[in-house]
Design a protein around this ligand. Structure first.
Ligand SMILES: Cc1cc2nc3c(=O)[nH]c(=O)nc-3n(C[C@H](O)[C@H](O)[C@H](O)COP(=O)(O)O)c2cc1C
Ligand code: SF4
Length: 401
């Protein structure tokens, strides 16, 4: 069937700095419990999304230095050049289908216990590490540490370019990244130029964006992934307060804004508590303060809701994590006029639960997710069940395997 013309807008290209996405479907970063540990599974899973029509396909958070070692979580890593080949494999799979490959660089700051690398964790303040009750202490970064951290991030962006990525996502969200730790008053009581006023607390993120643009911005899109509201009232960033002020201060710096809410449980909220498009009220102001393309998330599975968000001037791109897991072929189905075939994400968050126990993730609606490589399963090409002859006790009978 031909595409319904009311969805044409979803297939318009969007320029992100020096690169252009073929459509407005952006598979935002999402972990999957495969990452560096099961690279073939990770690569095939991302490739499937590109085959299904997503214009941008991103890695999950990709830690770029041993002081940000996320063990025991299974995520992508880009510590040195030996990490390039498996990520290049992902880029090749995405490019094969005309998509842009994005990498989300992360340093989880005082969240990571560095259980594998045994490096001393670092962050804005001296404090205990927060994840999984790791019995380790993080040390406050001095100016030399900050300079080194910026250099590691820059080197990682250059390495990402070598791997073939088209976009670098600079990540300040989920209360779990170095820039978001610096941004939060509750984590940052520094008295130097990186603490105190919002301008000071945002300095590190601004520097990272500028460093990345300087290093690779001539050939790669630089996307700011930024949580504008932490949903904890005045104890955190609020979209009507410092969240908005921070975006205004940096409005024209990145090539694109990818905005959402924090913490992760608010961002990936289950369907019991949040309808489709639930983040719009928090992020609607962003397009009013920047001329750059804007994307958000909110378990978008309906092309009508997507078109509406674009036409109401809330976003330019539709970000999706869970909808792209439940149906890697969502964009293609819209394009081919088969919207009734879309396998909708039901917002149960089993995908997140599996990831959180460091196991390859799974989806209640798409059993092929995570099995694209290991079992060669394809979400749209399901082999008929084979008949086998089972013999027991001298009697044979035919049956489904
Ligand atoms: C299993 C899972 C893992 C995620 N991992 C990341 C991540 O590594 N980096 C990130 O920025 N966001 C991560 N997210 C958040 C998503 O990018 C997204 O912002 C959120 O799920 C809301 O979008 P959705 O409603 O389309 O799922 C993750 C989400 C899920 C469900
Ligand atoms: S496991 Fe549940 S929340 Fe996750 S993608 Fe599948 S349907 Fe959506």
């Amino acid at each position: 069937m031909p595409r319904d013309p009311r969805y044409d807008i979803l297939f318009e290209p969007v320029k992100i700095g020096p690169v252009t996405t073929k459509n407005r479907f952006y598979q935002v970063p999402h972990c999957n419990g495969m990452g560096r540990l099961h690279p073939d599974s990770m690569v095939a899973m991302r490739g499937m999304k590109a085959e299904g029509g997503w214009g941008i396909v991103s890695t999950e958070q990709c830690d770029f230095h041993p002081t940000a070692d996320t063990t025991s979580y299974c995520e992508t890593k880009l510590w040195d050049d030996t990490d390039i080949p498996y990520l290049a494999g992902m880029c090749n799979e995405v490019h094969k289908h005309g998509g842009l490959a994005a990498v989300e660089l992360v340093h989880n700051g005082h969240d990571t216990g560095n259980l594998y690398s045994r490096e001393v964790p670092i962050g804005p303040m001296d404090r205990p590490v927060t994840w999984l009750n790791h019995p380790v202490q993080a040390r406050a970064m001095d100016r030399e540490d900050i300079r080194a951290y910026r250099r590691w991030h820059r080197d990682a962006a250059l390495r990402a370019r070598k791997a073939g990525f088209d976009i670098v996502v600079v990540y300040a969200g989920h209360d779990g990244t170095m820039p978001s730790h610096f941004l939060a008053r509750r984590h940052n009581q520094r008295t130097d130029e990186y603490g105190g006023s919002l301008e000071n607390r945002v300095r590190l993120y601004r520097e990272l964006l500028e460093d990345t643009l300087d290093a690779v911005g001539d050939t790669m899109g630089v996307v700011a992934r930024f949580a504008v509201d932490e949903m904890m009232g005045p104890d955190g960033l609020e979209w009507e307060g410092e969240g908005r002020d921070a975006i205004e201060m940096m409005a024209e710096i990145p090539h694109m804004w990818d905005v959402n809410v924090a913490d992760w449980d608010n961002d990936s909220m289950t369907s019991r508590f949040a309808p489709e498009g639930y983040q719009e009220e928090y992020v609607a102001f962003v397009k009013q303060v920047t001329s750059k393309p804007v994307s958000t998330v909110g378990r978008y599975t309906s092309p009508d809701a997507m078109v509406s968000a674009i036409k109401r001037g809330i976003v330019d791109l539709i970000g999706a994590a869970r909808p792209s897991i439940a149906d890697p072929f969502l964009p293609k189905k819209v394009e081919e006029g088969r919207i009734e075939d879309i396998r909708e994400c039901i917002g149960c968050n089993i995908c997140a639960a599996w990831n959180n126990v460091s196991a390859p993730s799974r989806c209640t609606q798409n059993p092929t997710f995570g099995e694209e490589w290991r079992k060669s399963w394809h979400p749209e090409q399901i082999a008929p069940k084979e008949f086998r002859i089972a013999c027991a006790g001298g009697r044979c009978r035919a049956g489904r395997s």
